[in-house]
Design a protein. Structure first.
Lengths: 144, 410
């Protein structure tokens, strides 16, 4: 587990997953993290169906023009304190699509990102590590 | 709900238009009478990450990695179909060993994709324990993919004129072990999907696509084979080494003796195809000849050849979801003059209309999932009731579907 976390977590971390035009690669790795091999639910990390319930936001995809306002709206709907995790190269830098005319990303330009996960797609371990890092941020905020 | 005074008796439910996972953004308008779907309309919109546009600014080898990112699940078929098209234009001969290696990777991807689909289908009818069971099996397939190619999802194994990595003799035990694991679990999967009461209730007689409709609407892949149409690019126009291998069209009558074209039949076809793929991989391992794995290992030299190539070519391939089609035109330039991609889901969208007509709202998820698109499609659904809008999202649709299963079980 990441440094800085207390031994017993204060609360379970609920995550909302937003696909902003991704190729599905990152999305299946996120689901893989939930499935028996990695099974993040044993740490209390869980995907939820509404941003209103979420502590952390996982954004995948390079954010196409049609998705910008949706990503912003989801971010605004989340209650504070919140953390944003950008999963995959295309959300971080544009990756192979960098020169496309229909992209508004990187996600940094649209909403503030706390944890960047590099990889195309990142492995489930990397995604779990990122969620744990977001957890540290939320617990630090709470301690203040 | 307050009593209606207007004469209008049906609701309209628009679904879409943006479906991030589909390569073709799509918009559905469902005409709903109570719980029944009276009519469905499909509108196909614009394409969105501008992959083809970007491709026309890159050289063919760079495009391989761009094509790989068209879809994370079909990350082998797209670059391979592109490579087939370019090889045809440039007249590049592929070594025989590479052809066999390509079959192994293609069939391994089919296993991954079909098992993934089986899990999603189970999830759509509210059978989450089966989702976890199938994805556990899928992890084995991903382990093998990683062992053979170095990556779990985007494989980067394709090269114009061959493949980038060889499968050596010492890798065989791992492949055989994984194939045996699938065979051991196949019977369990077959039992869950084909004998279970819940699955039968939700899938039999549901989302029917007749043979005539399948032909008329140009459905492809397992969707059309489940309606009894014998269509499979691997057999119709053998590519790679498929011509040397022994296999046949998979239609549901192989197992049950009849073709209904419903969701149940589509499950049968996909399950049997997993078995077929295991068999094909084993045949390949037996027959694979020695030799080179790529026709031109020096990339600058290959690029120079491609720069001199002129003409048009098409690459057709049977992806897990159906036929994938790439068209390339090279004009002695570094970048192709034109590149057109047609993914199988494009064909399998229109058959949703006859499949969904007359079904219930709760059946939308499983019927739509049965053609194997990605179901985030049903995000952002707005129910329009007399101009009063309220949203019905994927979770609510999923909840309705789960409730229907419970109702049927009671």
């Amino acid at each position: 587990m990441a440094k800085g976390l207390t031994k017993a977590f204060k609360k379970a971390l609920w995550v909302y997953h937003c696909n902003s035009g991704s190729c599905n690669g990152c999305d299946i790795e996120i689901i893989a993290a939930l499935c028996p091999r990695y099974d993040v639910e044993r740490f209390g990390i869980k995907l939820v169906g509404s941003p209103r319930h979420a502590d952390a936001l996982l954004v995948t995809g390079p954010v196409t023009r049609q998705m910008v306002d949706k990503v912003k709206r989801i971010y605004e709907q989340m209650p504070d304190p919140k953390a944003v995790i950008c999963v995959g190269n295309c959300g971080n830098t544009g990756d192979v699509f960098y020169e496309s005319y229909n992209l508004v990303g990187p996600i940094d330009n649209i909403i503030p990102v706390d944890v960047h996960v590099i990889g195309c797609p990142p492995r489930p371990e990397a995604i779990i590590n990122a969620v744990a890092k977001a957890w540290v941020k939320l617990e630090t905020l709470e301690a203040k | 709900m307050k009593a209606k005074t207007t004469s209008k008796t049906t609701y309209q439910i628009p679904i879409g238009p943006i479906h991030p996972a589909l390569k073709e953004p799509v918009m559905f308008e469902f005409e709903i009478d109570g719980e029944k779907i009276v009519d469905v309309d499909v509108t196909l919109g614009q394409v969105h990450r501008t992959i083809e546009w970007t491709g026309m600014r890159r050289n063919p080898i760079q495009i391989l990695y761009l094509a790989e990112r068209i879809c994370g699940i079909c990350s082998y078929c797209h670059p391979m179909a592109f490579a087939l098209a370019v090889e045809r234009v440039a007249g590049i001969e592929v070594p025989e060993r590479a052809d066999y290696l390509r079959v192994i990777h293609a069939e391994l991807e089919r296993i991954c994709s079909h098992i993934l689909w089986a899990g999603v289908a189970a999830h759509e009818i509210g059978f989450d324990s089966v989702l976890f069971f199938t994805w556990q099996i899928r992890e084995k397939a991903l382990d093998l993919t990683e062992y053979l190619t170095g990556n779990r999802v985007t494989k980067a194994i394709t090269m114009i004129g061959g493949v980038r990595r060889d499968i050596t003799k010492d890798m065989y035990p791992m492949i055989h072990e994984t194939m045996n694991y699938f065979k051991d679990n196949f019977e369990k999967l077959r039992h869950i999907y084909l004998d279970d009461k819940t699955f039968k209730m939700r899938s039999q007689g549901c989302g029917i696509l007749t043979k005539e409709d399948a032909l008329k609407l140009c459905a492809c892949g397992p969707t059309t084979r489940a309606s009894g149409v014998k269509k499979d690019v691997r057999l119709d126009q053998p590519y790679f080494a498929f011509g040397d291998l022994d296999f046949d069209y998979v239609t549901p009558d192989v197992l049950t003796g009849e073709v209904n074209g419903d969701v149940y039949d589509r499950i049968i076809v996909r399950l049997l195809e997993v078995k077929q793929s295991i068999d094909l991989i084993e045949q390949c391992l037996d027959k694979i000849p020695a030799g080179d794995i790529v026709s031109e290992p020096k990339i600058p030299k290959l690029l120079a050849t491609l720069k001199k190539a002129k003409g048009e070519g098409i690459g057709r391939m049977e992806a897990p979801r159906g036929e994938v089609f790439h068209y390339v035109k090279l004009t002695e330039q570094e970048a192709p003059y034109s590149w057109k991609v047609r993914a199988p889901t494009y064909n399998n969208i229109l058959p949703w209309i006859p499949m969904l007509r007359g079904e219930q709202i709760a059946d939308i998820p499983i019927v739509a999932a049965s053609t194997d698109p990605c179901m985030s499609c049903t995000n952002r659904v707005a129910v329009v009731d007399n101009g009063k809008k309220y949203a019905l999202n994927k979770e609510e649709l999923h909840r309705m579907s789960v409730e229907k299963t419970r109702r049927l079980m009671a």
